[in-house]
Design a protein around this ligand. Structure first.
Ligand code: FE2
Length: 275
């Protein structure tokens, strides 16, 4: 097995592991790597949908998306598609997946199906480091505070994107989570707000809440907390959605990244109530 670190902050590209090996021993190795690096990447792993589901189920029960229809034969798999002429794609600013749910996703397994020759890399960011590097003053301000996370409704996931198909649900909803959560497996503290879904701090004046959230979002954007993955086809990313944020770069510009389809298969594993 070879593990190549992608940056000083998080992320590793792993070779010498077969993702179709569903033994507990192999899974434990993968989970250890995941907890250590927070996002791990594998190339040249042409998993079938069944194999991707089998791997995902080792992490726990699978989750279905609130707004998006899964594949016909594999409802657990959401196919994320960007049409060639589309300039936008899913997840194009920093976020944690479905943080508006009562039990936001634990782990995501994303497999590339069709990748443009250039453009559409994915960036990840380490939210343990983001917490650790906050000032003592800020840590004190957000201690024991909670915030509202909103789902933004179907618009944000389906209507805006030509090739994404909705499941009929249109309702916007929200849930409240601690701003600093503790990782259930490592015990580490995580800064758990994100600029896409986190709207307001509870029991705080709106202006003060806006000011603090703005400062936290800016802090979370620090490039020294990140790593970047350049996709190839049949690559697999597995990330810990509790301790990281990510964004799909939308560098699709005329005569450059624009003009190509991008297709990914996503499976989400159910998480727990953030505490
Ligand atoms: Fe995402």
């Amino acid at each position: 097995m070879e593990v190549k670190l992608l940056s000083g902050a998080l992320g590793a590209e792993v070779s010498g592991i077969d993702l179709t090996d569903s033994s507990d021993e192999n899974f434990n190795k993968i989970n250890e790597l995941l907890l250590e690096h927070k996002v791990i990447f594998f190339r040249d792993q042409p998993l079938t949908s069944e194999q991707q589901i089998l791997l995902a189920k080792k992490f726990g029960p699978l989750e279905t998306h609130a707004y998006v229809k899964g594949l016909e034969n594999f409802p657990e798999i959401v196919r994320i598609k960007k049409a060639p002429e589309e300039k936008h794609q899913w997840g194009e600013t920093w976020h944690t997946d479905v943080s508006y749910n009562p039990k936001p996703t634990k782990v995501i397994i994303l497999k590339s199906v069709k990748i443009p020759p250039v453009g559409g890399d994915t960036m990840f960011s380490n939210m343990e480091t983001a917490y650790d590097t906050l000032s003592d003053e800020m840590k004190e301000k957000i201690k024991d505070k909670k915030a509202v996370h909103s789902s933004l409704g179907a618009e944000a996931f389906v209507k805006k994107y030509k090739e994404m198909e909705g499941n009929g649900n249109l309702d916007e909803y929200s849930n409240i989570h601690p701003i600093v959560r503790v990782h259930p497996e490592t015990g580490k503290k995580i800064l758990y707000v994100n600029s896409m879904y986190t709207k307001q701090i509870i029991d705080m004046d709106k202006d003060e809440s806006d000011k603090i959230l703005k400062e936290l979002f800016l802090h979370q954007e620090r490039l020294d907390f990140t790593c970047r993955f350049k996709w190839t086809e049949n690559a697999v990313a597995i990330w810990d959605n509790r301790s990281t944020q990510h964004q799909g770069l939308t560098d699709f510009f005329p005569n450059r990244g624009l003009g190509f389809e991008r297709v990914m298969d996503r499976i989400a594993i159910e998480g727990d109530h953030p505490q």
